[in-house]
Design a protein around this ligand. Structure first.
Ligand code: PAF
Length: 283
């Protein structure tokens, strides 16, 4: 038995109208499919907090700033439906592209501030695509709560700000990053790494941990970051796009964890771009 799939907004609205009439709390877990244990932990969180759970699967073309990435993104709808079956979610919404972007679609949801750092400048247009599609998914599902992983911490903040700014009545819930036994944060992109690549990629988490511990102990920012970058390159990463400390609340750049902070990284291994972040104990 696989979870039931709905492909049109009309069918989704017909289903959720009944839930709303009976006052049931609706949770949504937005995904682009290729589900892994990280996504399934969000589904579990939604199941325990809500009466009804919708999982959405939509590979959103607007958030890919590299055509290559969009083409290579794994599409595994049948396997995803099988993985969701044990969770007994109420519905999997897999909208046809014209249900999200009908002909003549001309709206763009664009934020400033939280998008000005890290993924923002490094992936032009990415957060416009995310904010636009997530706004649509919030409005289409009418969910009361939405569940996002902290692995994409900046995305979580973008979505939270967007919902607040647009008065969309949804609570955006952040859930902890799920990691492989090696420490590597779960990501659909890991599927594209070789065994060797996975070993190299696993160095990212301990590198962040070591640097975070050093910063919390009062070590200098420049030297700590340089050492962490060197360790990644020596371990086989081709490029470190950024490795930076930011405020957990505003995402403003910091050089010491004098307020709740997180250490963020984006780095390339075997031509795959990986991101991760961890909290840094306050000084
Ligand atoms: O994190 C993702 O999978 C996507 O960015 C999201 C939130 C489903 C929007 O397309």
């Amino acid at each position: 038995m696989t979870a039931p799939i709905i492909r049109t907004l009309e069918d989704l609205r017909a289903l959720t109208a009944g839930w709303r009439l009976s006052g049931e709390a609706v949770g949504v877990v937005p995904t682009m499919g290729a589900l892994h244990a990280g996504h399934l932990s969000l589904v579990e969180a939604a199941k325990s907090a809500c009466d009804r759970v919708i999982v959405t699967i939509f590979v959103n073309p607007r958030q890919f700033n590299r055509l290559e990435d969009l083409k290579n993104y794994p599409r595994t709808e049948q396997e995803d439906a099988v993985k969701l079956a044990p969770f007994a979610v109420d519905v999997v919404y897999v909208p046809d592209p014209n249900q999200v972007y009908p002909d003549g679609f001309s709206t763009n949801v664009s934020l400033t501030g939280v998008t000005d750092v890290m993924e923002g400048p490094n992936r032009p247009g990415h957060f416009d695509g995310v904010a636009t599609v997530v706004a649509k998914l919030f409005l289409q599902t009418g969910a009361d709560k939405a569940f996002f992983g902290e692995k994409d911490y900046q995305q979580l903040m973008v979505v939270r700000h967007m919902a607040r700014d647009l008065d969309i009545p949804v609570e955006v819930v952040g859930c902890p990053t799920v990691r492989e036994p090696s420490g590597l944060a779960m990501s659909s992109r890991n599927l594209r790494l070789s065994e060797q690549g996975l070993l190299k990629a696993a160095v990212l988490f301990p590198t962040l941990q070591e640097a975070a511990a050093a910063l919390s102990a009062g070590a200098g920012y420049e030297s700590t970051i340089r050492q962490a970058q060197d360790r990644l390159i020596q371990s086989g990463f081709e490029k470190v796009e950024y490795l930076e400390l930011h405020s957990a609340a505003s995402l403003a750049a910091l050089t010491r964890p004098s307020e709740p902070a997180r250490l963020f990284a984006a780095a390339w291994v075997e031509g795959i771009r990986l991101i991760d972040n961890i909290p840094v104990a306050r000084i």
